[in-house]
Design a binder for this molecule. Structure first.
Ligand SMILES: Nc1nc2c(ncn2[C@@H]2O[C@H](COP(=O)(O)OP(=O)(O)OP(=O)(O)O)[C@@H](O)[C@H]2O)c(=O)[nH]1
Ligand SMILES: [Mg+2]
Ligand SMILES: [Zn+2]
Ligand SMILES: [Zn+2]
Length: 475
């Protein structure tokens, strides 16, 4: 919810001008009446004989009457003229600020600039800006061309603040305008960039965080340079989490379970001054537990702004592979890293959550692109089933994607997951199936050795970014 009270002074022609005008109108009428009262007093001042009483009475009485009648007449003519003049000036200013506001909004729309708060997931049409006067520090929630001012608003402390991006509003300190969040935002990034919100969905332990770390690595170090962009994290929390998680994977062979200590989102900005691009990719990796109840989704506003999604499936949790590999996984001591929950339940609850809380209609399929990903493809060389021998087969990228999509679907059917494929097809209208290996876990004589290998991550990412027309991959 946006706060309504604005600590700015109304523009003169929308506030004080009216008070001044009413003051002037009241004042002129009072003066009229004072003059009439004055004459009336004089009219009654005659003493002596009848003539001495009647003459001033006649003269000043007529004058008092004339002042009341003609004064009021003139007053009645001048008041509307005054109102029209003040109103016209206010109207001109209103037209100017409405036009400028319209142009600014149109420009943002044309550029596709829109941001989603990395902290609460709500869309941020306009951040709140802090008064530049350190002694004041009040937050302004409507710093745009308006009745508070066209290019500048004046804070109640007297400080003038720029109110358009033409007048450098983005240089002010900004924060999320949503009452329950109010976390600091980089105004330049929030105001002047477009955003892809990619949500990662899957049960606890499916491999969402492993995928997310690998996806960010590929975005920053492969996709960005390939498209002549520079990429960086938009906040230190995300950057620290990324570095820590990479270290944790290589030192322990595992990711950390997602809990509250991690940033709710993983946000990076990709820029190219040459190609006039400034695009944020926001990967949202919630703890798998939120998908075990549709009502836990309601706090995560990211879900109403999704531009693309990823459904993570741990293949070793599927019936056939579970039967085949469970004993070996237990013997090797890695059975705990296999997901235990049913992906169909997760998808059903996700869809119910979207219907209950985020406006998805009951008979409506989810239309954004969703990559359905079998992960942990390094274990037992699973990924090789889909990719061996296909390299250099003369297929186009599209044909190769389609081939893998068909093969993964077929294998899922063989592995006892036909109902899962069916659920996905009933709930989503734009999907593509992949198999990846974000981490490579190698067995050693003593324990395991692990690295972030990112095998196959590029393809689903590119597919989602292309399908959702993200400017960083548009040709
Ligand atoms: N061998 C292998 N293990 C993986 C891979 N990806 C994830 N894992 C392991 O699988 C387990 C669960 O992975 P996470 O990525 O933490 O799973 P998650 O879906 O984020 O789980 P929650 O945070 O509980 O929702 C961890 O032990 C990971 O190390 C992979 O590509 N290969
Ligand atoms: Mg996780
Ligand atoms: Zn927020
Ligand atoms: Zn101030």
């Amino acid at each position: 919810m946006l706060k309504k009270d604005e600590p700015s002074i109304q523009h003169y022609w929308f506030g004080k001008a009216y008070r001044d005008m009413w003051e002037a109108i009241r004042d002129s009428q009072n003066r009229n009446l004072d003059t009439a009262r004055d004459y009336w007093r004089k009219a009654k001042s005659g003493t002596g004989n009848a003539a001495e009483v009647a003459i001033p009475y006649l003269f000043y009485g007529t004058s008092a009457g004339a002042v009341v009648v003609f004064g009021t007449l003139v007053w009645l003519i001048l008041v509307p003229i005054h109102i029209v003049i003040v109103g016209s000036i206010a109207l001109c200013i209103a037209v100017t600020f409405l036009t400028l506001d319209f142009i600014e909004r149109g420009y943002l729309l044309f550029k596709g600039w829109t941001t989603v708060c990395p902290h609460c997931g709500e869309k941020v049409a306009l951040p709140a800006f802090q008064c530049a006067n350190p002694a004041c520090g009040k937050w302004h929630y409507h710093l745009r061309p308006s009745s508070f001012g066209i290019f500048k608003h004046q804070c109640k402390c007297g400080q003038k603040l720029p109110s358009t991006f033409l007048s450098d509003r983005q240089k002010l300190k900004a924060r999320c305008p949503h009452e329950l969040c109010e976390k600091i935002l980089d105004a330049e990034v929030a105001l002047c960039s477009s955003t892809s919100v990619i949500s990662i969905i899957g049960p606890p332990g499916a491999g969402k965080t492993g995928f997310m770390i690998a996806a960010m690595e590929i975005l920053l170090n492969k996709i960005a340079p390939k498209n002549f962009l520079t990429g960086r994290f938009t906040d230190l929390d995300s950057e620290h989490f990324f570095v820590d998680e990479m270290k944790y994977i290589t030192s322990t062979g595992s990711t950390r379970k997602t809990a509250n200590h991690k940033p709710p989102a993983f946000n990076a900005l990709f820029e190219s001054s040459k190609r006039n691009i400034s695009h944020q990719v926001y990967l949202f990796d919630a703890a798998g537990e939120i998908f075990l109840s549709s009502d836990k989704l309601s706090n995560h506003h990211q879900f109403k702004n999704i531009t693309g999604g990823i459904i993570i499936i741990d293949p070793f949790s599927l019936p056939a592979l579970h039967r085949k590999y469970d004993a070996v996984l237990k013997k090797d001591g890695i059975a705990a890293s296999i997901s235990k929950d049913d992906v169909i339940d997760v998808i059903d609850r996700f869809v119910i959550g979207l219907q209950r809380h985020f406006g998805l209609k009951h008979n409506q399929k989810i239309s954004q692109p969703y990559a359905v990903i079998l992960t942990k493809g390094d274990l037992f060389n699973l990924r090789k089933i889909f990719y061996s021998g296909s390299v250099g087969s003369g297929m186009t990228q599209q044909e190769e994607r389609k081939r893998v999509d068909q093969e993964v679907r077929q294998k899922l059917n063989e592995w006892g997951a036909a109902a899962l494929v069916n659920t996905i097809d009933t709930r989503f209208s734009n999907t593509m199936f992949f198999c990846v290996a974000p981490i490579n876990l190698r067995k050693k004589s003593m324990g395991y050795d692990a690295e972030l290998s990112c095998v196959g991550i590029m393809d689903p990412l590119m597919w989602i970014l292309e399908s959702s027309k993200a400017p960083i991959v548009e040709r």
